[in-house]
Ligand binder design. Structure first.
Ligand SMILES: O=C1O[C@H](COP(=O)(O)O)[C@@H](O)[C@H](O)[C@H]1O
Length: 343
């Protein structure tokens, strides 16, 4: 088992986790099939619309939509837009994509640093804890972080940690273990210290990240000097916010801090901590998962309007320095892009 430089003390774990969860090392060994190296992004997709991407095996929603989105995406930098028929298919593809990156980084760096969001993203990760991935992924290499967190106790309904724990980290349902945790060593799950103020929690998280950079668990971008996470799994709100970076908020311009705090979040709860754009944009891979008609307006503004302006949505500010940025969407989320009038 890999030990981390910074292990959460038992005091920062929520009581339900302390009491109920067997340590990862006590789980029975699970036979891990050899997973052949596969190309990334080989899963079923119906659209590929951005430049600099593999184009094989993909069919556009429509020629009109394809052309229009491709043009806009080209103007906005290296992005790939994948459109699936349903959220179910998004979840299937996201699991494959994540498992393949897990294998790649586990081999290359002996660690896989994964950053989670809250919100609907967690539900879309459900296929990763089902066969075949629950057996084939080397969970012991995972180091789990949060791109943003609400400043509430970890057992609070608003906690992104709790959401991830209840919806993902505790959902390891192997046939002879009816209910167990995903076997990520507990010291590699980096929840915030919920006994601190928003400012204190942001400082503490940034300090912990700096220690993990020093020990080599988290990589550093040679381009930006900011931490370079292997995979960031982002969601997007209907207003186009990502992490806890909201439209028009001064935090959008933060360019020094790795982790900062907000006390006036327009979406409750008001107090949160969040990674900053320099950190998000230094990632090796970002998967932005956007599903449902509620997000269609923001998707249209980001990808379909052809306008690049001073009123950029936060999602439009995701622009990786030297990483790969992929949108995982369903048809509902891109429904306004399919409307010829808006293309
Ligand atoms: O408040 C938040 O919202 C966003 C988006 O959530 P969704 O439910 O609309 O997908 C989420 O990505 C972020 O982590 C969370 O704190």
């Amino acid at each position: 088992m890999r030990s981390s430089a910074v292990s959460p003390s038992p005091a920062v774990l929520p009581s339900h986790r302390r009491q109920r969860l067997p340590p990862a090392r006590s789980l029975p060994a699970i036979p891990r099939p050899l997973v052949p190296a596969k190309s990334l992004l080989a899963a079923k997709k119906i659209s590929l619309l951005a430049p600099n991407s593999l184009r094989s095996g993909r069919r556009p929603i429509s020629a009109m939509a394809s052309e229009a989105i491709s043009t806009t995406a080209a103007a906005k930098g290296k992005q790939e837009l994948l459109v699936f028929d349903s959220e179910e298919e998004v979840a299937v593809s996201l699991a494959k994509y994540t498992a393949e990156l897990s294998e790649k980084f586990a081999q290359e760096r002996r660690a896989f640093t994964v950053v989670l969001s809250g919100g609907s993203l967690i539900k879309s990760l459900r296929k990763l804890v089902e066969p075949p991935y629950l057996e084939s992924v080397d969970w012991t290499k995972w180091h789990v972080f949060w791109v943003d967190e609400r400043v509430v106790p970890k057992d609070h309904a608003d906690s992104n940690y709790k959401l991830a724990y209840d919806g993902f980290l505790s959902k390891f349902n192997y046939w002879f273990i009816p209910s167990a945790e995903v076997p990520i060593p507990p010291g590699q799950v980096y929840a915030i210290n919920d006994s601190l103020s928003a400012e204190g929690a942001a400082d503490d998280y940034e300090t912990r990240l700096k220690q993990l950079v020093k020990t080599g668990v988290v990589a550093v971008s040679s381009t930006t000097g900011f931490p370079k996470f292997d995979l960031m799994l982002l969601g997007m709100g209907p207003d186009g916010h990502v992490a806890s970076l909201f439209p028009g908020h001064p935090l959008l311009n933060e360019n020094q801090r790795w982790v900062t705090f907000i006390k006036d979040s327009p979406k409750p709860p008001p107090e949160r901590i969040t990674f900053t754009f320099p950190v998000i944009n230094s990632s090796a891979y970002v998967a932005l998962v956007v599903t449902g008609t509620g997000k269609a307006g923001a998707v249209h503004k980001a990808l379909g309007s052809g306008q690049s302006s001073s009123d950029m949505l936060p999602v439009e500010m995701v622009s990786l320095k030297d990483g790969k940025f992929t949108w995982f969407t369903d048809k509902a989320a891109v429904s306004l892009l399919q409307d010829r009038a808006s293309l």
